[in-house]
Structures are given as structure tokens and as C-alpha cells.
Write a protein that binds this ligand. Structure first.
Ligand code: ATP
Ligand code: MG
Length: 445
């Protein structure tokens, strides 16, 4: 993309309404624009990152054997009356009537809808196990929407629902989700720690929340410092293997890590003092096993081999896709702007032309742009007629992990400059080598 032809409405001023750094940078970098409280328009740069996160979530869900589909955002109240949640859900549910006076609502979550599809089409244990999921906009009329996309009213969520014949199978689905979430967040350059949580209105005994440590997090968390040394890495996992998923679960959940709702001071204090950590975290996902609560209420049953009809065991699993943009920025920025992890960056590499209009500089930039594009990478070429300082400030603000700077002086010596956004380190090298290096960095991503 050439910046002269892109739509990147960066702001010079720091917006007064933004209290935390991710919100400030998302507004300043022209990623989002508030439409009304807790509701945002996704401008091109923000939309690009949102799509990248969505893709990672899809890829990792499909890898784990889960099946994507899409439910409507507007739902009939009847189903929710059937499950018994319509009256209890409270003020967060946005309710409305259509022209015929029928009660409708904007989906805050979708247990009912998925269970309804299941009960209509699945009758036999032979069709199990089954995990269906969607990535769809949700609406919750939060009393205090704040922190930009972190606590919005309209937000993008991946929500998945497993249907299993037995508790044992459903717990495998739970473990499989835990493993798949670990992979998902690591690909986004995040460490998200699974913590024992409270199941709240969804109910059930098994639930973990995934938290990204950040000072601005809304949850207070308590954990054993050893947990932050754990990495999922690039290990291969057979998601159908009960043993393999169980082993990962035990490795990542055996140490103390809890949100304030489940915190147990006595157990925590039994840890050696130097390992006790009290911090704040951003909830980026949650998994639940809740048994047969919804399947019984809605009549989602299957025939077992001996011909009896049993309610299916279910769980639901959510990732806050739009909240993740904020969480990543909270975890990865400096005083100049965002620092995108390579896995989610909106463009792979910036190209800064120090002297637009100079024949050699323009030609070298075009050649770099062409070579990077031919390799399947997406560069952002700042080809505007602007001062170098302004170009650097924009690149730093929008946070591309790598930048190639091209100027007439360097070109006389046959070199351009390759700069790492995170470390600020630069090296001079011939243009072809800069391209090769950028390609190598992204080869495994
Ligand atoms: P919270 O406790 O933060 O209100 P929740 O536990 O009610 O969230 P879930 O029902 O578990 O949320 O939804 C799954 C994920 O969706 C959460 O882990 C979070 O990342 C995201 N999420 C929930 N509410 C919001 C919101 N208002 N804005 C943005 N993302 C949200
Ligand atoms: Mg939650």
C-alpha cells in the first residue's frame, strides 16, 4: 500500500477522552472512531488488524477440529424464554420489538441459538463429538463502556459450543479448547495465562479465564511467578488425543493462578514469598464446561447405542477478538506508539523515502516495494511529500515492526537502513539484503 493512496487519519493531538494507552494510540493511529458510547467504526488500519486476529482465531479453531458457522445478531426472545435466561439476563441485554410487536434482542452470547440448531439436526451419538463456533458481533449494554474497544458495548467475539455424549468427552473438549487458546494467543505475540475463575451466570464447575498481564487490566489476579516461564511454543499437538491435551492442561494449570473471585489467601500464602505475584490482568477469553443445563432446558438430546435418549454435555468458549487489539497494545508499546508483534501487524514493513522526488530514492523505494510484494509481503510505503521527521513519527505511532529507510546519501554507498521498531536498532545493508532479511523474519509466521 502506498500511504498517499491509503486512508490513515492519524491525529496529532492526544484525545482527551482516552484514559489508557491502547485507547489513545488506537484513536491517534486512525484505527477506530467512536460512533457512540462503546460503539466504534473500524477504520482501515484497525480493521486490518481485526481481520488478522480473526484469521488466527479461525486457523487455530479449525486446527483443533472445530467448525465455523454464523448466527444472526438479532434473535427472537422466545428461545431465551425457553432456556429461562430472558428475564434473568438483566440490563445488559439490548431488547427491542419488531413492527409486529415481537420481542427481539441483540445477541450478547449464543448458547441458545447453537443449542437450537443442534437439537433440530442432531439425533444420534454417532454425530458426536461436535464443536461449532462463530466469530460474530455481540452487544452488551455495559453500564460503563470504557477504555475504547476493551470494554465496548458492541464487540467482536469468537464463541464456540461443544456437544458431547458424556462428561468425560466434554472435559476433553474443555482441555482441547485450553490448548488451542494457548496456541492462539501465542501466535498473537501475547502471553495469556489460564486462571481459575468463577463461572457466573453461565453456571458450571469448570472454567478458566485467560488473562494478559497489564497494569490497566480490570481484574486483580494472583499467581505463582513460575507460570510466566511457560511457553507453548511450536510443539505439535494431536487435538484428538485425550492424553496430550490433558498433559498440556496439567502443565499450564497446576500452578496457582486465580482471579480475585476464586482467590484463596491461605493457599496463595503457602507459596514461597518470592514467587507470589499480585497483579492486574485483561480478560481475553474464557472457557466453560457446564454440563446439561442448556441441553435439558432446550431438549437437546441424542440416542445412545442402547437406544436411550440422553441430554448432551456442553461447554462454551469465548475469545474477545476486538478486545485483543487493546490488550496487545497495552502489552506492547512505548512512548512513541504501538509495537505490533509480527503475527498481527497490519503491514509487514514500512518503507520511508527520505527524499520524495529524488530519482534514485524514488526508484529504490519502488524496487523495494515491488520485491517485498512479489514475496507475498505487504509493505506500507510512505511516498508522501513530507519531512522525514513526520514520516518517522507516523511509522512509530502505527507500530510496524520493521522499517526500511531510503535516502540519496545511503544509496550512493549502495545501502538502505533496516530498523527494528522494538529495539530501535538499525543496520545499513544493500536493498536486496534488506528484503531478504524481512522475508526471513516473516517466513515462519
Ligand atoms: P467481562 O468480565 O470482562 O465483562 P465476560 O466474562 O462477561 O467479560 P465472556 O462472556 O466470558 O465475557 O465473553 C468472552 C470474551 O469476550 C471475554 O473474555 C472478553 O475477552 C470479551 N468481552 C466480554 N465483554 C466485552 C466487552 N464489553 N467489550 C469487549 N470485549 C468483551
Ligand atoms: Mg468471561
Amino acid at each position: 500500500m502506498r500511504l498517499s493512496r491509503y486512508f490513515l487519519p492519524v491525529l496529532k493531538e492526544t484525545p482527551a477522552e482516552a484514559q489508557i494507552v491502547s485507547h489513545r494510540y488506537m484513536l491517534r493511529a486512525g484505527m477506530i472512531k467512536q460512533a457512540s458510547a462503546g460503539i466504534y467504526s473500524w477504520l482501515p488500519l484497525g480493521f486490518k488488524v481485526l481481520r488478522k486476529l480473526e484469521n488466527i482465531v479461525h486457523e487455530e479453531q479449525v486446527r483443533a477440529g472445530h467448525i465455523p458457522m454464523l448466527m444472526p445478531t438479532l434473535q427472537s426472545a422466545d428461545l431465551w424464554r425457553e432456556s429461562g435466561r430472558y428475564d434473568g439476563y438483566g440490563e445488559e441485554m439490548l431488547r427491542m420489538q419488531d413492527r409486529h410487536g415481537r420481542d427481539m434482542l441483540f445477541s450478547p452470547t449464543a448458547e441458545e441459538m447453537f443449542t437450537d440448531v443442534f437439537r433440530s439436526h442432531v439425533k444420534s451419538y454417532k454425530d458426536l463429538p461436535l464443536t461449532l463456533y462463530q466469530i460474530q458481533w455481540k452487544f452488551r449494554d455495559e453500564i460503563r463502556p470504557r477504555f475504547g474497544v476493551m470494554r465496548g458495548r458492541e464487540f467482536l467475539m469468537k464463541d464456540g459450543y461443544n456437544f458431547d455424549q458424556s462428561k468425560e468427552d466434554a472435559l476433553h473438549a474443555y482441555n482441547r479448547h485450553l490448548v488451542s487458546y494457548l496456541r492462539t494467543y501465542e501466535r498473537m505475540g501475547l502471553q495469556a495465562i489460564p486462571m481459575r475463575a468463577d463461572s457466573g451466570p453461565i453456571g458450571g464447575d469448570y472454567t478458566h479465564e485467560f488473562l494478559v498481564l497489564a497494569e490497566t487490566g480490570e481484574s486483580e489476579v494472583f499467581y505463582d511467578s513460575e507460570i510466566t516461564d511457560l511457553k507453548f511454543g511450536d510443539r505439535e499437538i494431536d487435538f484428538d488425543s485425550v492424553e496430550q491435551c490433558q498433559a498440556v492442561l496439567e502443565e499450564f494449570t497446576s500452578r496457582y493462578a486465580r482471579t480475585d473471585e476464586t482467590h484463596d489467601e491461605a493457599v496463595f500464602n503457602a507459596l514461597p514469598e518470592e514467587r507470589r505475584r499480585v497483579a492486574r490482568g485483561i480478560e481475553v477469553g474464557q472457557i466453560f464446561y457446564f454440563g446439561t443445563q442448556y441441553s435439558e432446558a432446550l431438549g437437546a438430546t441424542v440416542q445412545t447405542p442402547d437406544g436411550t435418549s440422553v441430554p448432551v454435555h456442553m461447554g462454551s468458549h469465548g475469545i474477545g477478538v476486538s478486545r485483543l487489539l487493546g490488550a496487545i497494545i497495552e502489552a506492547s508499546h512505548d512512548d512513541k506508539g504501538i509495537i505490533w508483534p509480527e503475527g498481527v501487524t497490519p503491514f509487514h514493513c514500512g518503507i520511508v523515502n527520505l527524499k520524495q522526488g529524488d530519482e534514485a530514492a524514488d526508484g529504490a523505494c519502488e524496487a523495494l516495494y515491488g520485491s517485498l510484494t512479489a514475496l507475498g509481503l505487504e509493505p506500507l510505503y510512505d511516498d508522501r511529500n513530507e519531512r522525514a521527521g513526520g514520516k518517522f513519527a507516523t511509522m512509530d505511532l502505527i507500530g510496524l515492526p520493521w522499517r526500511i529507510t531510503v535516502g540519496p546519501r545511503g544509496l550512493k554507498n549502495g545501502v538502505v537502513e533496516l530498523t527494528c521498531r522494538r529495539t530501535g536498532e538499525s543496520e545499513e545493508l544493500p536493498p536486496e539484503q534488506a528484503v531478504a532479511k524481512v522475508a526471513e523474519i516473516y517466513a515462519g509466521i
